[in-house]
Ligand binder design. Structure first.
Ligand code: TMP
Length: 207
């Protein structure tokens, strides 16, 4: 792999059960083997602040969609300023399991909150910390949900919600070349290989 000295910010997005967490770990291992310092993280849930918000969001009781939106955004604002941005400024790699597009897809597309407001709120929360590459791990809703052993509050939404999430991600990913879509029904090793190739191409400037 060509040596790359600048920061690299990779986000993994997609419906439930696509294998994002496994992919994130595998990519972090690959990057470490190449000598890069890698921070593997996720949203929601980094640090004590993130863990507590995650608990309210996913293990707690029902909440109105606006409250859900602001909790995800609070987690993101804190995460960007205290974790992601400082790491990138040191020239490290950050691999983040879910980021701003999850908010757009889940809270605007699937929950139906105002899309312009959600876009603007996301822009405010990330404060210019844009990913270099976005990997969409695509999987049909029923396949992904069947893989989930411990279901959280959002996993328990009806299948139509999760199908909307899937279509939402595919739609968003079709709108920008920052995305690379992966087939999450393939074996984990194959998905990792394809993703690693996409990352190398991106950082080496291959279209
Ligand atoms: P996960 O970490 O297992 O993917 O769970 C996080 C859940 O939260 C998942 O159902 C997606 C959802 N989510 C949102 O609805 N909006 C967001 O902004 C983020 C980051 C996650």
């Amino acid at each position: 792999m060509t040596r790359y000295s600048r920061r690299v910010f990779i986000v993994l997005e997609g419906p439930e059960g696509g294998g994002k967490s496994t992919l994130a770990k595998n990519l972090a291992a690959r990057a470490s083997e190449c000598g890069f310092t890698v921070r593997l993280t996720r949203e929601p849930g980094e640090g004590e602040f993130g863990k507590r918000i995650r608990q309210i969001l996913l293990d707690g009781e029902a909440m109105v969609s606006a409250a859900e939106l602001f909790l995800f955004l609070a987690d993101r604002a804190q995460h960007v300023q205290t974790f992601i941005k400082p790491a990138l400024e040191l020239g490290e790699w950050v691999i983040c399991d879910r980021f701003a597009d999850s908010t757009f897809v889940y809270q605007a597309i699937a929950r139906g909150l105002d899309a312009d407001f959600v876009r603007a709120a996301n822009t405010f929360a990330i404060a210019g910390t844009e990913p270099d590459i976005k990997l969409l791990v695509d999987v049909p809703a029923e396949v992904g949900l069947a893989r989930r052993a411990d279901r959280n509050r959002i996993d328990n939404e009806p299948i139509a919600f999760h199908e909307q999430v899937r279509q939402g991600f595919l739609q968003v990913a079709s709108e920008s070349s920052v995305w690379h879509v992966l087939d999450g029904t393939q074996a984990a090793e194959k998905v990792t290989e394809t993703a690693w190739q996409a990352i190398q191409n991106r950082i080496n400037g291959v279209p």
